[in-house]
Design a protein around this ligand. Structure first.
Ligand SMILES: Cc1ncc(COP(=O)(O)O)c(C=O)c1O
Length: 457
């Protein structure tokens, strides 16, 4: 693609889709137009190849051109089944509902089908209200459940919530992992549902402390509150099991899945629940049409989701996630774990985090901690991603914690890609042993970009 064509895309996007996003990309130097994806790689308009450690925020779990999913789309089109059908049961939606229920290996067997992750969680919230007759919700600080108006009420980030307030009443938030706070909130509020991610994704890839999810289950049972696991990001193999809840053996009342269910190719999501809860919420004739949407259960999305579940059922994929996820955590820990601006390296499967900030060990670290933490949060996370992009790696900090570099590559990545990631992150952090250098380089870059009028490239 020549420069003129690239500029036309940027201008059109900046004028008609998202002016702010295009401006933002220009400020630090994120400006690239990606035109092709193949396996674990993305290619920009100038033919440069990048290892994709973001995978559409954990959606393209099988990489960018997964043959099994493409074949499912082709076969579905060839079958000439109606794309959308609301005058009778759809064969594809029926197959998906059954496959989702089977995949949970539990009593969750009825799927409210939808398109986005936000819609899946919103469906869970509606189901919880309709089934319990209660109004409130409890969720976690740092939790992320999408940006639609309903789910914003359970969003764990004030900056993102506040432009849209007032939201739903009777919503309370508790610190993730604090069982006492959860107990207090559930006993005082008696909410319709507790909505929780088994591993906080956009809140910084934070694993639930041992026993926390079991305790949440017990407390929900005691207080008549439904337990909703939002596995929109952790589902479909991301953390090394098909669903993250399997690690703790805690089955929710509603499981929300999305993102990777459509393989990064088509939007499809679901809130999977028990027959009893479905009947309570929507089982009467006068409620048959109070939930749903035109494209819910559409044929191509359902076919892709079934193919995705088939792929995830192959033991090799999950073995790869566990082996390469562990290798990535080990490699990064060895390479950057002792860096003066790295607080921790952690992960669950192939959701791996490098948390930036002061490790706070020793007197000097304690004294400089406020400066290091501020730089890590405001600048270093983004700067690290700019430098990674320049080194040929696409990655982003967690949406709600910019000091956490969150790596969510396709689950199909191989050991050589793990080594590339470790080398790139390590090499860049070697160049930045202290906050002063980060401020100097990032400051110079922003200054340059301002002088260039915020040019995209
Ligand atoms: C845990 C979780 N839930 C819900 C969502 C919202 O999904 P969507 O953007 O498809 O609405 C996200 C998106 O990042 C997520 O990470």
């Amino acid at each position: 693609m020549n420069d003129e064509d690239e500029r036309a895309i940027v201008d059109r996007y900046g004028r008609h889709v998202s002016p702010t996003f295009v401006r933002l990309l220009g400020v630090l130097g994120f400006g690239r137009v990606f035109v092709r994806g193949e396996g674990v790689y993305l290619f920009d308009s100038r033919g440069r190849r990048y290892l994709d450690a973001l995978a559409g925020f954990g959606s393209a779990n099988l990489g960018h051109d997964p043959p099994a999913l493409s074949a499912a789309i082709v076969a579905q089109l060839a079958a000439k089944e109606p794309g959308i059908l609301h005058v009778g049961p759809s064969a594809s939606a029926a197959r998906l509902g059954e496959a989702l229920g089977r995949a949970t290996r539990s009593n969750l067997e009825v799927s409210l089908l939808a398109l986005s992750g936000a819609e899946a969680v919103d469906s869970a919230m509606k189901l919880a209200r309709a089934a319990t007759g209660r109004r409130g919700f409890v969720s976690c600080e740092g939790g992320y459940h999408g940006l639609d108006l309903g789910v914003l009420s359970v969003m764990g980030n004030k900056r993102i919530r506040s432009p849209f307030e007032p939201l739903l009443e009777h919503c309370a938030r508790v610190p993730f992992g604090d069982a006492h706070a959860l107990e207090r909130a559930l006993s005082s509020q008696e909410p319709a549902a507790l909505i929780i991610e088994p591993v906080l994704g956009e809140g910084g890839a934070v694993l639930a402390p041992a026993g926390y999810l079991q305790r949440a289950r017990e407390l929900c049972d005691r207080h008549g509150t439904l337990l909703v696991f939002d596995e929109v990001q952790t589902g479909l193999g991301r953390t090394g099991t098909l669903f993250a809840f399997e690690r703790d053996g805690v089955v929710p009342d509603v499981l929300a899945v999305g993102k990777a269910l459509g393989g990064g190719l088509v939007p499809v999501s679901a809130a999977v629940t028990t027959r009893a809860l479905y009947e309570k919420a929507f089982g009467s004739m006068d409620r048959f049409d109070v939930h749903g949407s035109t494209y819910a259960g559409y044929a191509i999305g359902s076919a892709v989701a079934c193919a995705m579940l088939d792929q995830c059922a192959k033991p090799r994929l999950l073995e790869n996630v566990c082996a390469n996820g562990a290798a990535l955590v080990e490699g990064l820990s060895a390479r950057v774990g002792a860096h003066p601006m790295v607080r921790s390296v952690r992960g669950a499967g192939l959701m791996v985090a490098v948390e930036l900030g002061s490790p706070r060990e020793g007197l000097w670290q304690k004294l400089t901690a406020p400066l290091v933490d501020t730089v890590a949060e405001k600048v270093l996370g983004q700067w690290l991603c700019v430098k990674l992009l320049e080194a040929g790696v696409v990655a982003q900090p967690a949406t709600q914690r910019w000091n956490v570099l969150k790596l969510t590559p396709p689950l199909t990545l191989e050991r050589e890609h793990v080594e590339t990631l470790v080398d790139c992150v390590g090499g860049i952090l070697d160049d930045y042993p202290d906050p002063a250098r980060v401020l100097r380089d990032a400051g110079l870059r922003v200054g340059e970009q301002v002088l260039r009028g915020g040019a995209f490239r």
